[in-house]
Ligand binder design. Structure first.
Ligand code: NAD
Length: 357
C-alpha cells in the first residue's frame, strides 16, 4: 500500500501507528480532521485480513466521524482507532492499557470510545491510563446506552421531513415502516407510538418483533416486504445498503428516514430517490444522537443538555431538505456540501484543536 496515496484519497489528516511487542499491541489511530476540536471516534478491536485492511478501515471510519460531528455542530473532529486482534494469545487488559498510553500520548487531540469488539468495560481499562476516553456506563458516571438518543434524533428528523414533504406539524396517524427493531428501532417505535404514529415493523428475529407488536400495537410485516409497504415514512434501522437499485423502484413512500449507517448502497441511489420524488434524510445527519450523547461526557455528562442538543437534529434535517429543494440537489450531496463549508471556515489543516479537559 502507498500510505500517502491512501491518505490523500481519504482527504487526510494524520495517521498514527502504535506497536508494543510486550503486550502485542498493533494499533492505527486515524485523525481525519481536528479543525473543529479534538477528534472523537470509537476503537475497533477485531481481526483484519492484513495490515492494509486495518489502515483503510481506520481511514474510512474516521472520515465519516468528521462528517457526522461537523454536521451535528459538535466541537469535534473525526477520529478512529483500530487494534488488530493478535493471532497469538494475549493479555487483554495489558494490551488495552498499552493502547490507552498511546492515546494519552496524543495529548487530548483524540478521544476514544467503544466500537465493534470493545465494550464500556474495556474503556474502563483504557481510562486507568488516560483521561481521553468516553462511553462509560451510567453507573460509572457515563452517558450509558446511546440508542435512545439516536432514536430521539431520528424521530426529530422524521418530524422535519414530515414538515417539508407533507406539510405536517404532528405525527398523529403517520404511517411508518421500520426495518429492524433492535436497540434503535425499538426505541424509535416507542418515540413514534407516543406521538400517535401507526407502525409497521420487520426484523429477522421474531422475538424482537413480538415485543414491539405487543407493547406498541405495531403490525408485523415480512422482512423482505417491509420496504414495499405503502406508508408515509420508510425507516431503515437494520444494516447498511437498504436503499439500492432493487429497492428504490419498489418504495411506496414519500420519505426515507431511519437510523442505519450507510443506507445508500451507491451514491447514485440518492439521486434515484430525488428523481422518484422521495425525500431522503441523510443517514449521518439523522442518526447523530448517539454521538451527541457520548460527546457530552467529555465536558461532564448532563442528560438534559444531551437531549436538548439531540432535539436539534430537527433543524439540521430541515436545513438540508430546504437547501436540497432550492438547489435541486440530492440531500446526501447537500449534507456533504454543508460539512465542507463548515470545515473550510474552520481554519487550516493541523490548526490546534483545544484539548479535551
Ligand atoms: P441492533 O443490532 O440492535 O439492531 C438491528 C436490528 O436489525 C436487529 O434486531 C436485527 O435482527 C435486525 N436486522 C438485521 N438484518 C435485518 C433485515 N434484513 N431485515 C430486518 N431486520 C434486520 O443495532 P442498532 O444499535 O439498533 O443499530 C441499528 C442501525 O443503526 C445500524 O445500522 C447502526 O450502525 C445504526 N446506528 C446505531 C446507533 C446506536 O446508537 N446504536 C447510532 C448510529 C447509527
Amino acid at each position: 500500500m502507498n500510505v500517502f496515496e491512501q491518505m490523500s484519497a481519504h482527504d487526510y489528516g494524520e495517521l498514527h501507528f502504535g506497536l508494543d511487542e510486550d503486550t502485542g499491541l498493533r494499533s492505527v489511530v486515524a485523525l481525519h480532521d481536528t479543525r473543529l476540536g479534538p477528534a472523537i471516534g470509537g476503537c475497533r478491536f477485531i481481526r483484519y485480513e492484513n495490515d492494509d485492511a486495518a489502515v483503510i478501515d481506520a481511514l474510512r471510519l474516521a472520515r465519516a466521524m468528521t462528517y457526522k460531528a461537523a454536521l451535528a455542530r459538535l466541537p469535534h473532529g473525526g477520529g478512529k482507532a483500530v487494534i488488530i486482534e493478535p493471532s497469538e494469545p494475549f493479555d487483554r487488559p495489558s494490551l488495552l492499557r498499552s493502547f490507552g498510553r498511546m492515546v494519552d500520548g496524543l495529548a487530548g487531540r483524540y478521544v476514544t470510545t467503544e466500537d465493534s469488539g470493545t465494550s464500556p468495560q474495556d474503556m474502563e481499562v483504557v481510562r486507568s491510563v488516560t483521561d481521553h476516553v468516553c462511553g462509560f456506563a451510567k453507573d460509572s458516571g457515563g452517558s450509558g446506552d446511546p440508542s435512545p438518543f439516536t432514536a430521539l434524533g431520528v424521530r426529530r428528523g422524521i418530524e422535519a421531513c414530515a414538515k417539508v414533504k407533507l406539510g405536517r406539524s404532528d405525527l398523529e396517524g403517520l404511517r411508518v415502516a421500520v426495518q429492524g427493531v433492535g436497540n434503535v428501532g425499538y426505541n424509535l417505535c416507542k418515540e413514534l407510538a407516543a406521538l400517535g404514529a401507526t407502525l409497521m415493523i420487520a426484523d429477522v428475529r421474531d422475538s424482537v418483533t413480538q415485543r414491539v407488536a405487543d407493547e406498541l400495537r405495531a403490525s408485523v410485516v415480512a422482512s423482505a416486504a417491509i420496504h414495499r409497504q405503502e406508508c408515509d415514512v420508510y425507516a431503515p434501522c437494520a444494516l447498511g445498503g437498504a436503499i439500492n437499485d432493487r429497492t428504490v423502484p419498489e418504495l411506496r413512500c414519500p420519505i426515507v428516514a431511519g437510523a442505519a449507517n450507510n443506507q445508500l448502497a451507491e451514491d447514485r441511489n440518492g439521486e434515484d430517490l430525488r428523481k422518484a420524488g422521495i425525500l431522503y434524510a441523510p443517514d449521518y445527519a439523522i442518526n447523530a444522537g448517539g454521538l451527541i450523547n457520548v460527546a457530552q461526557e467529555i465536558k461532564g455528562y448532563d442528560a438534559d443538555k444531551a437531549r436538548a442538543r439531540t432535539e436539534q437534529v430537527y433543524d439540521t434535517i430541515l436545513e438540508i431538505c430546504q437547501r436540497a429543494e432550492s438547489e435541486a440537489l440530492p440531500t446526501h450531496e447537500v449534507a456533504d456540501n454543508i460539512v465542507r463549508e463548515i470545515l473550510s471556515n474552520a481554519g487550516t489543516r493541523f490548526s490546534t484543536a483545544p484539548p479535551a479537559p
